[in-house]
Structure formats: structure tokens, C-alpha cells
Design a protein around this ligand. Sequence first.
Ligand code: HEC
Ligand code: HEC
Length: 354
Amino acid sequence: MKKMGIGILLLFVLLILGACGAKEETAAPADKNANEPEKEIVIDKELEEAKAKFEPLGEIPVPADNPMTEEKIELGKTLYFDPRLSGNNVQSCMSCHAPGAGYGDGMAKFIGFEGFNGPRNSPTIINSGYYPTNFWDGRAGSLEEQALGPIQSEVEMNQDLDELVIELNGVPTYVERFNTVFNDKISADNIAKAIAAFERTIVIADTAFDRYLQGEEDAISVDAKEGMKLFAGKAGCISCHAGPLLSDYNYHNLGMSGDEGRFAVTGNEEDKGKFRTSGLRGVAHTAPFMHDGSLETLNDVIAYYNEGGGKHPNKSVQMKPLNLTDKEINSLVAFLESMSGELPVVEKPEIPSN
Ligand code: HEC
Ligand code: HEC
């Protein structure tokens, strides 16, 4: 009862404020129709409640032992594009995480060293510095730790780290630049730090969805607002895609078979087929989706959830048929698109010669 009283009072105050606003406008150009009805103030309670469940992304965390500097970021960017990082000097990080392909490779599964057919999808590196763990199964604890993985992986870049250090030492510009940035020699550690610093600049934070959270009412469409309600309500997405990155940083089994997932890290049976919840800002740029690249469009992803996922003995109990209509599926897609923002632009740097 008391709540309702306050509600009515609030409405009253709003109406008075509205009326005052209208009065001031009488001085404005005379083309306004004085008989036009007052615009109704409609408060969508469900939408307000949904909105309150989301958070802004905030600044990317930077480890104390790897501060960001202009020169370090530039050096990391150069290394990211340099095919010297692979054993046969063919592939660079860019080959599988290309700025023009949403910082993934646009393929379902990666093609690795000398044409090796990879078992997983190349994920985007957008916002990857926000996760406390990296890779689909979370086996790396930081971007620094992650970066040396693909370089040494026989099926990705197949490069020996000692050989890489020798190779880069043959490039005078690199010797000089590592010295300036780290006051130190070229080492695997410093290579990883520079690349990680560059990756922390590949961020999508300012999306229409974020501007909506900050109070810009028209930043997202009516459809996307319906999608937001479903995401936080009927469709249950927020039970996993929660928090600032829209990931609970946890691992779940959505019923996709054929890959051990998190089990490879923990050895626990119950982790078989579990993968880290993906953050969703920028998601419209990174098709195809999921660790196996099996879902081509955002519509396919939501249709998959709508069916309650696939079949797997470990499937999460949260994966149940959602009974979403086609219209609701489209609203969820519109909501995901509203959080997709713009791709960070990176020009290919000049690769120094020997
Ligand atoms: C041949 C393709 C290929 C190359 C080259 C490659 N990657 Fe990847 N990258 C992948 C794949 C596939 C995964 C996912 C592997 C997994 O989770 O098991 C991945 C995962 C990642 C992730 C984790 C993202 C997340 O969401 O946690 C980052 C960051 C990353 N790579 C950066 C790099 C960097 C830096 C380089 C260069 C040193 C590089 N990659 C080279 C294919 C590649
Ligand atoms: C039980 C937890 C859970 C629920 C509920 C859930 N997700 Fe996910 N989501 C995940 C996990 C885990 C992944 C990564 C799975 C993989 O790669 O195999 C993922 C991946 C995705 C991706 C693909 C991201 C990419 O880059 O490939 C999208 C899009 C997505 N979810 C949207 C949604 C939407 C929309 C809903 C609600 C209809 C939803 N999710 C419900 C856990 C969940």
C-alpha cells in the first residue's frame, strides 16, 4: 500500500514537471500543435528490473608486473603481426585472430601449422583480457601465459621459444625496441608481456547497450529492449551470461559433444564437455559461434538454446526448452546486436627486416 502511495506521488511529480516543461516550450517556434495530447509517461517495470541486472564493463584489469606503455603496445602489435613467431615463418597471431574477421578467423575451426585441421574455433581476442582465465577451457591464467601457448603448439605455430629468441635477436630493430620497453634483452617472457599489453587494447566497451545502461533511453531499439527482458527473464541467459563481461567466468556443458573441454584441465568427470561462458560484447562480429564453430548465426545460437541444447550426459540442468516464439528469438538477436559495438581498428604495422 505504502509503495503504491509513493508511486502515485512520483507520477504526480512527474506530471507537474512535464507540465512545467511544456510551459517553457511556449516560447519555442509556433509550429507546435497546442492541442497535441501530453506525451504519456509509460514506465515498463519489467524492463527497468531487467536493466538493473546489467553492469558496465569498466576498465580492463592490468597486471602489476606488466604496465601498459605506448612503446610496449606498439612492440606487441608488431610481434602479433610478425610471421617470425611461427616455426616456418608463415603464420602470425593475426592469421587466426584477424582484425578484419572480428579478431577471429571467420572459420568454424582453425587451420594450423602446414594445413593442420584444428579441433576448435579460433575465438576472438576482443575483451579477452577481462577473463580471469583464457582459452575455451580456461587452461591459461592470463594473456601473458596464453601467448606462449600457440607459439609452441605443434599444431598452431610450432616454434621453439629459444629459437624464436635467437631469430628476433637477428633483427636490430627488435633488440633496440625490447631494450627501450623492458630495459632488458629479448626473452620469451618479454615477448609474452608485449603481446598481452597489445591485446589489452582490443576492447569493445562502449556499445549502444552500454549507453542505454548509462541512461540514454533511445540508444537501443524497442526490439532490443524486448530482447533484454527475455535475456534477463524467460530465456534465462543471464544465469550464465552475467556480470560486467556478461560471463560468469564459469564452465558449463550446453550439450555439445565430442570435446572434453574443462576436463582436460581438472581431470574431473563432471567437467567433461564444459566450456567457459563467453562474454558477449562484440559478439555479432565473431561468427561462427561456440568452441566448435558449429553455429553459424546468432539466430542459430538462440534456436539451439530454444531447443534446450544438445545431448550430453553432463548437460547443465539449466539447458531446457525455452518455448521462445520466432519474434522473441529475433528480439534476443537484436539485443545481442545492440551490445556488439564497433570493431577496434588496427592497421598492420611495418614488420622490421633483418
Ligand atoms: C592457427 C591458428 C591460431 C594462431 C596462429 C594463434 N591462435 Fe590464438 N587461438 C586459436 C584457437 C583455436 C584458440 C582456442 C584454443 C582453445 O581454447 O583450445 C585460441 C585462443 C586464443 C586466445 C584465448 C581467448 C579467450 O577467449 O580466452 C587468445 C588471447 C589468443 N588465442 C591469442 C593468440 C596470440 C597472441 C597468438 C600469437 C602468438 C595466437 N593466438 C595465435 C587459434 C590460433
Ligand atoms: C548454462 C549456462 C548458459 C546459459 C543459460 C546460456 N549460455 Fe550462452 N554460453 C554459455 C557457454 C558455456 C558458452 C560457450 C559454449 C561453447 O563454446 O561451447 C556460451 C556461448 C554463447 C554464445 C556464443 C559466443 C561465441 O563467441 O561463440 C552466445 C551468442 C550465447 N552464448 C548467447 C546466449 C543467450 C542469448 C542465452 C539465452 C538464450 C544463453 N547464451 C544462455 C553458457 C550459457
